[in-house]
Design a protein around this ligand. Structure first.
Ligand SMILES: [Zn+2]
Ligand SMILES: [Zn+2]
Ligand SMILES: [Zn+2]
Length: 167
């Protein structure tokens, strides 16, 4: 079992890795990381709002850097900007279309999917990157599912640059 490093240990490790790239571990970068951790899943706008010293541009750059370092990763929880999450959040995302709630997935939910794609297609599923959409029980009670809801996705427009995950 991997243990979660304390904030201090993690900051020291990150600082060392950034030094190798000629970068520094700044207050702004620390704020962005702690905003991702406290939000659990946050869009760049939400993260910027929670990181008082980092503007949106800094947040985008920092998220890109932290994703490159394998500290955070993104998931697609709606049709807008990707949501960033700690990289150790590896659960499958089950999200309500209507209220955007992220519902805890039952254990092992994607096991067969992962196993079959691995065995039958030699394909490795990036579980936390994909999302199962639907309607949660709260929204279903008393609400009629919105008709004609568009599912058009434009990955390129949501700041997606990397085509492969380097982990
Ligand atoms: Zn993506
Ligand atoms: Zn998550
Ligand atoms: Zn809902």
């Amino acid at each position: 079992m991997a243990t979660t490093p304390t904030a201090d240990t993690e900051a020291r490790e990150l600082a060392a890795r950034l030094r190798d790239r000629g970068l520094r571990w700044t207050q702004q970068r620390a704020e962005v990381l702690s905003a991702v951790r406290s939000l659990g899943h946050g869009t760049p706008e939400q993260i910027a709002a929670a990181a008082p010293n980092a503007d949106l541009t800094t947040v985008y750059r920092t998220l890109e850097l932290l994703e490159d370092l394998g500290v955070v990763a993104h998931a697609h929880l709606d049709h807008g900007a990707p949501a960033y999450r700690p990289a150790d959040d590896r659960h499958i995302h089950v999200v309500c279309h209507s209220c955007s709630a992220v519902i805890p997935a039952p254990d092992g939910l994607a096991d067969e999917l992962i196993q079959r794609l691995a065995l039958e297609r030699d394909f490795a599923v990036d579980v936390a990157h994909f999302t199962v959409f639907g309607i949660c029980s709260n929204c279903r009670d008393g609400h009629v599912m919105a008709a004609g809801h568009s599912h058009a996705h434009d990955h390129a427009a949501s700041g997606e640059q990397k085509s492969a995950q380097e982990r």
